[in-house]
Design a protein around this ligand. Sequence first.
Ligand code: GDD
Ligand code: MG
Length: 360
Amino acid sequence: MTEAILLVGGKGTRLRPLTVRTPKPMVPAAGVPFLTHQLARARAAGVEHIVLATSYLAEVFEPHFGDGSSLGLHLEYVTEDEPLGTGGAIRNVASRLRSAPDDPVLVFNGDILTGLDIRALVATHRSSGADVSLHLTRVTDPRAYGLVPTDASGRVRAFLEKPQTPEEIVTDQINAGAYVFRRSVVDSIPVGRPVSVERETFPDLLAAGAHLQGMVDSTYWLDLGTPQAFVRGSADLVLGRVPSPAVPGRRGDSLVLPTASVAPGAKLTAGTVVGRGATVGEGARVLGSTILADAVVEPNAVITDSLVGAGARVGARSVLTGAVIGDGATVGPDNELRDGVRVWCDARIPGASLRFSSDR
Ligand code: GDD
Ligand code: MG
């Protein structure tokens, strides 16, 4: 049996709201709380036991996912009193693991959407005999990530978290946030204090001559750190660009959840999701966007690559591009909102108040 630790929490999580009231891991992506996709994908790869390591909001996860049986999983929850960092969080749940000292334990960052072949990562781990194996992906700008240069055989040479200087940018291979740890390595992380696997555990292991193995896999990979990425990820799930057994319904241009109401002349494309109880009016066009539960899109609005929060309202003819409308907010008719603008929960923007286009 393979088991896994899922990391959800950390200091920053509360401070970077999507402008929706739901905590980020529970915001619906393709109709179900984002975390469901990670859980379901792990289950599909043969994982049966998952420990959710959280530093906050256990009270939100447990009532929803329960013991995990609806997903065919055995789920446990461990909440830190104070955030322990990624390594501290992993160590903190060690007593819940059932694996023997040499067995593989999967660890996932909780904010990644990926098509990673989890079985292949475990197979690489076993065949290389590594202490820790890491999924690596390539990105054009690696500065926000952990850089992981490897040798020709994939063995990790260094781990450079969030490189600061140009000299440190020695590769475009980054840590994609999925690992296999030898169980005994989990037990060797110090207890009772914050530890970062990225800044402490991995560099220390390398310095001590341990074997860290990288597996570069260029499958779909997205860090859901920004609202725009979140909307993109949700759309890609709907479009079938990233496989998840948890998407309710068939893959296609759009996903309309039960009890939503879409006027016959409205157009939903590019992976748009319309949540339960939401309404999309006549002539509206919604492209690659997420409309959460009970939101209202009035006639002839045009919404692209945007998130419309639960119970929010977008007025007639308003044009939203790359916008985030908080839960319960109202954007009156004939507004134009663009480029990462966030409207806070319950805020009210009167009709014809904002525009970006020229007056010609
Ligand atoms: N339980 C718990 N406690 N979880 C934590 C804590 C903590 O104190 N701190 C962070 N986490 C969780 C986060 O919720 C997230 O799921 C994961 O650990 C990674 O933390 P982030 O804060 O999202 O880190 P990051 O995105 O800046 O960088 C990490 O991910 C990159 C890929 O997206 C690093 O692992 C990088 O090396 C990596 O490239
Ligand atoms: Mg992250």
